[in-house]
Design a protein around this ligand. Structure first.
Ligand code: SF4
Length: 358
């Protein structure tokens, strides 16, 4: 047991912040016992905040067209070896109906940065979802857009926005993206989303190429300061048609430790056990929950298109990962004394949280 790492985890348990250097110490010094301790504390924190309920979000991947070329992403612009698709508004609403009947009360509309989906088109889709089911929360994950675009979408009824910051370190951001994409732009988008009253999610991959422990410590420090309502955090998994095809996948253990540290840093955060984690380990989803996660995002997209939305290889999209596998998911959760919550599952908005990012 590394005493200092244990002490620092305890500091988080007591609701006090850590410095970047202290996060780094936890990440580099924690041994297996310390990781287990962090997971136990995070699991207790999850239960204290949310009881034994796990929120489900219905994910609709509505376009795999993207103008960007992020080096890690399977649907990047340069990948010619992929069938591109866009769902129509009608198809999206059919996914919604199917999900609603199954008990989903959050719809996550996720897509590449596809200029076909203008503000007018997206606002119409969001408004249509809200008209059909006013009790459904709409989460958007559409990448970087202007302040005005985010404002219009918010006014159309969007409640939440997921935009992973990917890394809080500029040189690392530049290793993962072409020069046209800038960390500062990404952070500006996150600030704008928060200012507009969205429940905002940021996040990063664990084990992405060139990532160091210092990068992850910077990510944790950023999350602590920015105080997002959601954090999307999963292991990096390479995609065969990207420049990172030969890079190793991120580690399950490190991902679980990060989940625990995020839960302890922001006890009421909405924290998914990601599909990437379930892809790397058959019990990844449950291990994620036992490390502090409290959200699962099953796939509501049309089955015929799921393989075409491969951000990384071997992505799990059937069984408990799929909306039609809810019964399987429910049984899995019972084995760890958890159950699916039918409801929007909003995060409390912390109006005191700063909109500045250090
Ligand atoms: S990560 Fe997002 S923005 Fe980047 S290429 Fe993939 S879909 Fe496009």
């Amino acid at each position: 047991m590394a005493e200092r790492a244990r002490e620092l985890i305890q500091v988080l348990v007591e609701g006090k912040p850590l410095s970047k250097a202290e996060y780094l110490q936890v990440l580099t010094e924690a041994d297996e016992q310390d990781r287990e301790f962090a997971a136990e504390c995070a699991n207790r924190a999850r239960i204290a905040q949310f009881g034994d309920g796990i929120f489900i979000r219905g994910l609709v991947e509505f376009t795999n067209v993207c103008k960007n070329d992020c080096l890690y992403c399977g649907i990047r612009r340069s990948n010619q070896d992929i069938v591109r698709y866009r769902l129509t508004q009608q198809q999206i609403l059919e996914c919604l109906e199917q999900g609603y009947a199954a008990g989903f009360r959050t719809l996550v509309l996720q897509g590449g940065e596809d200029s076909y989906f203008t503000d007018d088109r997206m606002c119409e889709i969001v408004a249509a979802v809200k008209t059909c089911h006013p009790d459904v929360a709409v989460t958007l994950s559409l990448g970087e857009r202007s302040y005005d675009s985010y404002r219009r979408l918010r006014e159309a009824g969007a409640d939440r926005y997921l935009l992973r910051h990917e890394t809080a370190v500029e040189w690392h951001y530049a290793k993962l993206h072409p020069p046209a994409q800038r960390l500062e732009t990404r952070l500006e988008c996150l600030r704008n989303l928060k200012a507009l009253g969205y429940q905002v999610g940021c996040g990063m991959m664990v084990g992405s190429p060139y990532q160091t422990a210092e990068c992850l410590a910077a990510d944790l420090s950023f999350i602590q300061t920015f105080k997002p309502q959601m954090v999307g955090l999963g292991p990096f998994i390479p995609h065969h048609a990207t420049p990172f095809a030969k890079e190793p996948a991120g580690g399950v253990e490190m991902t679980l430790l990060l989940l625990s540290l995020v839960r302890l840093t922001l006890p009421n955060v909405l924290l998914p056990a990601t599909t990437a984690l379930a892809t790397l380990h058959p019990k990844g989803r449950l291990m994620g929950i036992l490390s502090g996660a409290n959200v699962i995002m099953p796939n509501l997209s049309p089955i015929s298109q799921r393989d075409n939305y491969a951000l990384y290889d071997n992505k799990a999209n059937t069984g408990a990962e799929a909306a039609e596998g809810l019964a399987t998911l429910s049984r899995e959760l019972e084995t760890i004394q958890c159950h699916i919550v039918i409801g929007r599952g909003d995060a409390p908005i912390d109006t005191s949280s700063p909109n500045t990012i250090q």
